[in-house]
Structure formats: structure tokens, C-alpha cells
Design a binder for this molecule. Structure first.
Ligand code: MIG
Length: 784
């Protein structure tokens, strides 16, 4: 083991040394520190030896990188400095302190060797210095700010969860601590076992992280801005791939559209009502006896024809495929037979299959931690893909099991790890439980990529683990049709976005419980139209909940909001592309774009109910959405614009009197937002010019990104990226088009510039260079 250079440890040797990692042993424990990237310190510890260096979240290449560590010693304290981050370790106790690049302590007193419990497991304890707010941990409910709370990681089917339910479906053991002055750091514990995070709940200002087993293997990220932490986390766990553009369209789901005729009727109605939409989902009832990878041919005699007829209407099909395979030997059930032949299902310690009850009845479960099982699973999609099914939905992958108190499989079910850079071994469900859903969605994603190498896969998963954003979009599971859920859904998605998962949504209208009132459904459509994943879904045996339900006035409002989303598609798509490159989520709390709002204290600058879509749009639903009472919107500065009227606000906010037809949305002064003519589906090319909505103000700039929306041709240069800037001058408003990148030829025919407070102008294209919009002669208008 490469220990610290002996010279440095020798008594009275104060000299410095440079190493690529530092390993220290004391009290039976071995500790290792390394810096895989600028601003990131990785800390591992084990009893007698270090834990295995392998991960389901952090790919090998990201772990292998090592920046130099500069080591100095004073007395028993070793100081390690790397780019943007440093650490101090007590040689005797292995207690560690992590500091940022300027020497500010981020985490102090991280328990050293004493953290390791005798029987496996550990409890890390540290002081939450300057951590005024805590965010992350995925879509857990509780409170938006996790400070003062305690949370458990254990993927659970949480039907009709509430604000008090924990754990939920996902385990994303990553959080970000943010101080009142906007300085942030992050911590990611890469451990898949059941773990808990206590943010000062049990002991004030003390962070306590414990796990029942598995490695002490965590990363501290030094920011300093919240966005920097997200980029550091993305550097470790990856970013989401660029989604197909249709995934940003409106998606209509229901448990279940049960027949060919019913699916066609839904498509017909969407088009007949002129409700733009891109996707119709088919839930479990399309299958033969709920068996994954079968189709009930009585109800769906010709899936291929159905998919192609829908496609002609601009609609794509997404089908559910649960991980439970009916335990049906000798019945000609191909998914079972092919998996059994290759011996890919999970077993009990005695060697027989583990069989659990789920929708198909007795079921067996693929061993997704074997690369071989994942590639077999991926092949199961061949038939559905050939039929023209566009995307897949991986549900129940916590995994969820019926009729048992634990709601999942026994902890002694045996998994095999044969994958990535793990040493091959068997292990128990206790280790693999929290990563089962992530590996299921990985198998789906990689399978689809192999089946159609030049098509961007779309996978929606319910359960996942850190890093799962590389494979699938997600939703928050079985919410209820209540005002409370409409409200907490926003904070769930904000925290998901701060945990690596950008493309996410809540079931619009609510999934379970009482049928939503017309007002609740309308409000949900309004908010959903500004969320990254916009999918309406509801439980079985409930009255219809599609956007056309209710009186014409409500339907009109919902239509208007869905339409607005389609007009904003170039902006939305740009935000998705930015996420795929940088890890900064599409949906953002206000403080992510404007960290200074945190200085206002507990209200988080309105971040909890307000949210931003991309860098420029701020949406401000009522903090009490059911109430007709007035509320105040505070904006992160002066001169913001009303998105709907284009009028500039005089102050830093306004008082809103709720009106069911309206949802307040504001635009950052200095924004340039690309929009397009209305289409009924992203499958149809818009007709007319691209619109650039220019909202003059400081730092005036925007970007347009476009490509074919579906293939990987953008990776070979078939895209368009162009930055646009504006500046108010004596002579007028100067609009500057930078040089474009990429050689994609976009759909538009000319460009229309809407400069608010100035005028509307058409230009033939966005040739590099600048144009001048003259000062308006009268100073009223809003540009429209
Ligand atoms: O036991 O497939 O969260 O969206 O409609 C319920 C049926 C199983 C749970 C999912 C929900 C889906 C439902 N599923």
C-alpha cells in the first residue's frame, strides 16, 4: 500500500511532498484521500483495508483521475491541498476536516476510525459549519430545506405518500449545503446499503450519516457556488443524455387505456380538441395476464399498426415493462424461458428461485447486477421496438412485492455482481436493493441503444440510485389529487433537479385519492406546463382526468398552457441540452440562478413555491394554491418583465390576486428567449419564423440550440448553437448574433425579433453580425 513518503513521517521532518493519494492507518482503520477533480475530495475508509474501489454511480474513469495532493505536516496534523479543496487529518484518530480552496472549513470533525462499527456499518459524524440550508436527496418530501430533518435511503413503493412518508422510491445519497451568503458545498456518499442522513435533527448542527454496511466512500465538493457543486457532482456521476425532443411534449397517461380502440379514441380526442401532445402511455393492462413483454392480442390485435397510425398524428407510444417476470416455466413465455435458460433470475440462499407476488402473480426477478442479465433484458425490447414503440416505462423496480410486510424481497436473496470494475462476487439483497431500479433502467437504456444505435432512448423509471440520470427520466410516483400534493410536487422536483435528475415530473392531476376538482386539475396543468416532464397520469378505476374533462372554460385554460409550452419548445429544449452538458437542471430553485436571494433568510427568496425554468423564466404559483387570497411575489432584482404581457415591472415584485385563468410568470431582464409558432406535436415542423423575444436589461443574452431532436447526428456536427446578445445604446437596441456553430439546417423561415419596449422586426436569418433596432418614437408599447 502506497503510504505517505517516509521522509514526511519521520520525526522533525516538516518538508512538503506531492502525492497522488494519501493512505493512513491508525486504530485498525485505513483511510485514503484523493482528489479526482478540481474542487472534489474523495475519502474512503475501511477496517484493516480500504473498501473495494468500484461503483454503480461513479464510472471508473471519473474515479481513476487523480490530481496532485500537496502534503505538509505539523505535529500530528497532516494538511493536504489540491485544486480548490483541502483537508486536515489527525494522524492518530484519522479525524478529518475538509476545507474549500480559500481555507474555509466546510465539514469539521469528521469522525475518523471511531466511525467504523465493530459489526460492519459506520456512523460518520461532522459539524455542519455554515450550512444554513440543505438540499438534495432526490424527491423526498418532508421539507424543501432538509436542515433539521433526518432521512432514510431505502427504495420503497410508497403509494399515496404524504409529506411525512420516508423513505420513498429513490436513493440519491447526495446533498448540497448552502450558506446564507450563497456559498455551497456538496457531499455524496457512494454506498447502496440502507443509510440515514441526519441534518441536525438529533443533535443541533451535527451531520450524522450512517449505513448498515458497505463502504465508507464519500466525496466532498467545494463549490463555491451552488451551480459549481452540481457540476462537480455531474463530473462524478454523469449527466443525463440529451432526450428526444418529443419527451418534452405533453404526455397523456392513464392506468390503463385498455384497448386499441381506447388508445385511438384518446389520440383522436387530443387532436380533435386541439390539445397539443406528443405521447400516449400504455399501462399494465395492455399485457397478456400482466406479463411483461407480452401483448394482449385480443385488446391490441395489431400494435404495429396502432403505433404507426398514432405516429401519423404526431403521437408516440410509451409502454410499461415491469421487472417482475411471471414465474411460468413450460408455458411458452419467452421472457421467462430465455432468462431461465441463461440462469439470470435471483435465487434464495438455498439455490431455488426467489419468487414474489406482483401483477403477474408469482414472479421471478432478473439479476441486474450481472452485465449478462442486463444485456438479455435489453434484447427483450426487440419486438416492441420493431413494432414502433418509442419509449419505455420501468415501474415497480424498488423492487415492489405484494403480500409481504417488507413490500420488497427478503434481504438474503442472493445477487451476483459481474459488472463494470467490480470483482465478481455474490452478495445479498441488502447491498443491491437501493440500486436495483437504477440497474433495471440501465439495462433498458443500454438495450434500446443497442437495438437502435442512432436513436435517443426514452426510459422512465420509478426507482433509482445516484447516477441513474445517465439512463432514465423519472417521476415522483403515486401522489394524490390534492392541493397539498400540487404544492409539495414542486419542491420534490426542485430537489430532484439538485440531485442530478432534471427530466422529471409529477403525475399531473394527481394519481390517487379523490378525483381532482376542475380548479385543481387546471392549476396542475398550468404548473405542469412549466415542469421538465409534463405527464398527466391517474390510477385505475377513477373518473376520466384528461385535460378535456370539465367545462369549456377550464378546458380552454388548460389548452392555453399546453400551447404555451409548445411555443416555448426551443427554450425548453435549450435547457435540456444545457443540462445534458453541464448537469445544471432545467427546473431550478431561484437561489440556483441568484444565490444572493438566500441572504433574505428563511424564505429562500421564495424558492420553495416559486421556481425557475432554465435561467430566465420564473414561475410563481400561490404558496397556498387552493386559496383565493392574495400573495406577494418577490423577484430576485428589479426590472423583471411580465411574461404574458411583456410589461416591465416597476419594483422588485408584486401582489397577486389569484385568477384561475392565470399563472404569474416573469422574465429575467436581459433574457433572450427563443419561441416558435404553435404546433400540435414536436413531430410537426413549425411553420413560419423563429421568434426571439428580447427583454432588454443587464447581461442581455440568450442562446438557441437546435438539432433533429431524435438522433445522435448532433454528436457529428448536425446541430445549431448560436449566442445572441443585446445592448441598449444611444442609437438604439443593438442585437448581436455571434458566429453559429454546427451545420444543422433548422426548420425556420426567417427570424422575428420581439424587443420588449422597442419594436418587432423581421430579419431573414441570424447571420453573424449585429443589427440596430431604433428607439421607438412613442414610449408606450410593450413590443407586441
Ligand atoms: O401497483 O402500473 O406508480 O404509475 O399506473 C401499481 C400500474 C403499479 C404504480 C405506478 C403507477 C402505475 C401503476 N403502478
Amino acid at each position: 500500500m502506497a503510504l505517505l513518503p517516509a521522509t514526511l513521517l519521520a520525526a522533525g521532518a516538516p518538508q512538503a511532498a506531492t502525492v497522488d493519494r494519501m493512505v493512513l492507518a491508525s486504530g485498525g482503520a485505513v483511510l485514503e484521500l484523493s482528489a479526482p477533480a478540481s474542487g472534489i475530495m474523495r475519502i474512503r475508509m475501511g477496517r484493516g483495508k480500504l473498501p473495494e474501489d468500484a461503483s454503480w454511480a461513479v464510472p471508473a474513469a471519473a474515479r481513476a483521475a487523480r490530481l496532485p495532493l500537496q502534503v505538509t505536516r505539523s505535529g500530528e496534523t497532516l494538511q493536504l491541498r489540491s485544486a480548490g479543496i483541502s483537508a486536515r487529518i489527525d494522524r492518530r484518530t484519522l479525524r478529518t476536516e475538509v476545507l474549500d480552496g480559500s481555507g474555509n472549513v466546510l465539514l469539521s470533525d469528521l469522525a475518523g476510525s471511531a466511525a467504523l462499527a465493530a459489526g460492519g456499518g459506520f456512523r460518520l459524524r461532522g459539524k455542519l459549519a455554515g450550512a444554513d440550508h440543505i438540499f438534495g436527496l432526490g424527491d423526498k418530501t418532508g421539507t424543501f430545506d432538509r436542515k433539521g430533518g433526518a432521512y432514510t435511503m431505502w427504495n420503497s413503493d410508497a403509494y399515496k405518500f404524504t409529506q411525512a412518508t420516508d423513505p420513498l422510491y429513490k436513493s440519491i445519497p447526495f446533498f448540497m449545503a448552502v450558506g446564507d451568503r450563497g456559498r455551497a458545498y456538496g457531499l455524496f456518499l457512494d454506498n447502496t446499503w440502507r443509510s440515514t442522513f441526519d441534518f441536525g435533527k438529533t443533535e443541533r448542527d451535527v451531520l450524522s450519516i450512517s449505513a448498515e454496511g458497505g463502504p465508507v466512500d464519500y466525496y466532498v465538493m467545494s463549490g463555491p457556488a451552488p451551480k459549481d457543486v452540481l457540476q462537480q457532482y455531474a463530473r462524478l456521476t454523469g449527466t443525463a443524455p440529451l432526450p428526444p425532443q418529443w419527451a418534452l411534449g405533453f404526455q397523456q397517461s392513464k392506468w390503463s387505456y385498455k384497448s386499441d380502440a381506447e388508445v385511438r379514441a384518446i389520440a383522436q380526442r387530443l387532436r380533435g380538441e386541439r390539445l397539443p401532445a406528443d405521447v400516449v402511455y400504455m399501462d399494465i393492462d395492455y399485457q397478456d395476464r400482466s406479463r411483461p413483454f407480452t401483448v394482449n392480442r385480443k385488446a391490441f390485435p395489431d400494435l404495429r399498426q396502432l403505433a404507426s397510425d398514432l405516429r401519423a398524428q404526431g403521437l408516440r407510444l410509451v409502454l410499461i415493462t415491469d421487472p417482475h417476470i411471471a414465474n411460468a416455466p413450460g408455458q411458452g413465455y419467452a421472457a421467462y424461458d430465455s432468462g431461465a435458460v441463461q440462469d439470470l433470475f435471483l435465487k434464495l440462499p438455498g439455490g431455488e428461485y426467489y419468487s414474489g407476488d406482483v401483477w403477474p402473480g408469482a414472479s421471478v426477478f432478473p439479476d441486474f447486477s450481472r452485465a449478462k442479465a442486463r444485456s438479455w433484458w435489453g434484447e427483450l425490447y426487440a419486438g416492441l421496438v420493431a413494432d414502433g414503440v418509442a419509449g419505455f416505462w420501468n415501474d415497480m423496480n424498488e423492487p415492489s412485492i405484494f403480500n409481504v410486510a417488507s413490500k420488497t424481497m427478503p434481504l438474503d436473496v442472493v445477487h451476483r455482481i459481474e459488472s463494470d470494475d467490480f470483482a465478481p462476487r455474490t452478495t445479498s439483497h441488502a447491498e443491491l436493493h437501493n440500486v436495483y431500479g437504477q440497474l433495471n433502467s440501465r439495462a433498458t437504456y443500454e438495450g434500446l441503444s443497442r437495438l437502435q444505435p442512432d436513436v435517443r432512448p426514452f426510459v422512465l423509471t420509478r426507482a433509482t440510485y445516484a447516477g441513474g440520470q445517465r439512463y432514465a427520466a423519472t417521476w415522483t410516483g403515486d401522489n394524490a389529487s390534492s392541493w397539498q400534493h400540487l404544492k409539495i410536487g414542486t419542491q420534490q422536483l426542485l430537489n430532484l433537479g439538485l440531485s442530478g435528475f432534471s427530466l422529471a415530473g409529477n403525475d399531473v392531476g394527481g394519481y390517487a385519492g379523490e378525483h381532482p376538482s376542475p380548479d385543481l386539475l387546471t392549476r396542475w396543468f398550468q404548473v405542469g406546463a412549466f415542469m421538465p416532464l409534463f405527464r398527466a397520469h391517474a390510477e385505475t378505476n377513477r373518473p376520466d382526468q384528461e385535460p378535456w374533462v370539465g367545462d369549456a372554460a377550464h378546458v380552454d385554460i388548460r389548452r392555453r398552457f399546453i400551447e404555451e409550452r409548445y411555443r416555448l419548445m426551443p427554450y425548453l429544449y435549450g435547457a435540456a441540452e444545457e443540462n445534458s452538458r453541464t448537469g445544471v437542471p432545467m427546473l431550478r430553485p431561484v437561489f440556483l440562478n441568484f444565490p444572493q436571494v438566500l441572504a433574505k433568510g428563511d424564505r429562500l427568496g421564495g424558492s420553495e413555491d416559486q421556481f425557475m425554468l432554465g435561467g430566465d423564466l420564473l414561475v410563481a404559483p400561490s404558496p397556498t394554491p387552493e386559496s383565493p387570497g392574495e400573495y406577494t411575489v418577490e423577484l430576485p432584482g428589479k426590472g423583471w418583465y411580465n411574461y404574458w404581457t411583456g410589461q416591465r415591472l416597476a419594483g422588485k415584485g408584486e401582489t397577486i390576486k389569484p385568477d384561475i385563468a392565470q399563472l404569474p410568470v416573469y422574465v429575467r431582464p436581459g433574457a433572450i428567449i427563443p419561441k416558435q409558432p404553435l404546433v400540435q406535436s414536436t413531430a410537426f415542423a413549425p411553420k413560419g419564423p423563429l421568434e426571439l423575444h428580447i427583454y432588454p436589461g443587464p447581461d442581455c443574452q440568450g442562446e438557441i440550440y437546435a438539432d433533429d431532436g431524435a438522433s445522435l447526428a448532433y454528436q457529428r456536427g448536425a446541430y445549431l448553437r448560436q449566442r445572441i446578445r443585446c445592448e441598449e445604446t444611444e442609437a438604439g437596441l443593438r442585437v448581436e448574433f455571434e458566429q453559429r456553430q454546427g451545420d444543422w439546417k433548422p426548420w425556420w423561415n426567417g427570424v422575428k425579433l420581439h424587443a420588449y419596449g422597442w419594436s418587432v422586426q423581421a430579419v431573414p436569418d441570424m447571420a453573424a453580425g449585429s443589427i440596430l433596432i431604433p428607439r421607438p418614437t412613442h414610449s408606450s408599447g410593450n413590443g407586441e
